[in-house]
Ligand binder design. Sequence first.
Ligand SMILES: Cc1ncc(COP(=O)(O)O)c(C=O)c1O
Length: 258
Amino acid sequence: MIHSFGSQPGWGAHLADELERIVALHDASTIAAVIVEPVAGSTGVLIPPQGYLQKLREICTKHGILLIFDEVIMAFGRVGKATASEYFGVTPDLITMAKAINNAAIPMGAVAASRTVHDTIVNAGAQGAIELFHGYTYSAHPAAVAAAIATLALYRSEGLFERAASLAPTFEAAAHSLRGTKHVKDIRNLGMIAGIELESREGAPGARAYEAFVKCFEAGVLVRFTGDILAFSPPLIINEEQIAHIFKTVGDVLATVQ
Ligand SMILES: Cc1ncc(COP(=O)(O)O)c(C=O)c1O
């Protein structure tokens, strides 16, 4: 279930029309790609309004602009599917990934390209002359790749994407139990990610969430904060008691925050 500020029908398409305006202003021929986080994580857990990503896809396809999803946070089970792209049923041309690709055990990032993007590049030169290859010093580092292969095997054998999907309602209920708590302005969630937006302290944006972050840490719960939004993105092995513990701690802390 999606909780979003923009869940009214039509709002997502309306927001995506902003892209049409920009394309009209600059001309599609000057725009190589549109890059979005399908669920914006570090800007405060912003769930896309219904229809928004679909409309972006339509606009990009219409104008021959590549659509790139930054799934560094979302990929590998965060929303109960392999990717947010799969969850929303919107297929971009490129997907960037990192973090959960190998449980962040060793630094690693990856880009998935559509067959069309791949073939367009590879077929641009004589047979075998061009590869879709990036010669970074640490490209395909064996230790990082081994960690990725092991992590992907665990996702499958432990059914962790399905686990995330089945825990999502518990996680949602726990996050929303803080509705009406002191300082809480908005609560947003999808899958195993949630954001609790606090009223900002007069003249000191971010200070209230920082205080909450420090107090949660002292109480043994690590949350993330971005501006005045507390962000939650727990490991997919979390259990129901731990979910309850996290949000109980946050509620207790918010009661003591100035
Ligand atoms: C959504 C998102 N995109 C990109 C990045 C940067 O990824 P990397 O550090 O793997 O380059 C981050 C890092 O936290 C991120 O959260």
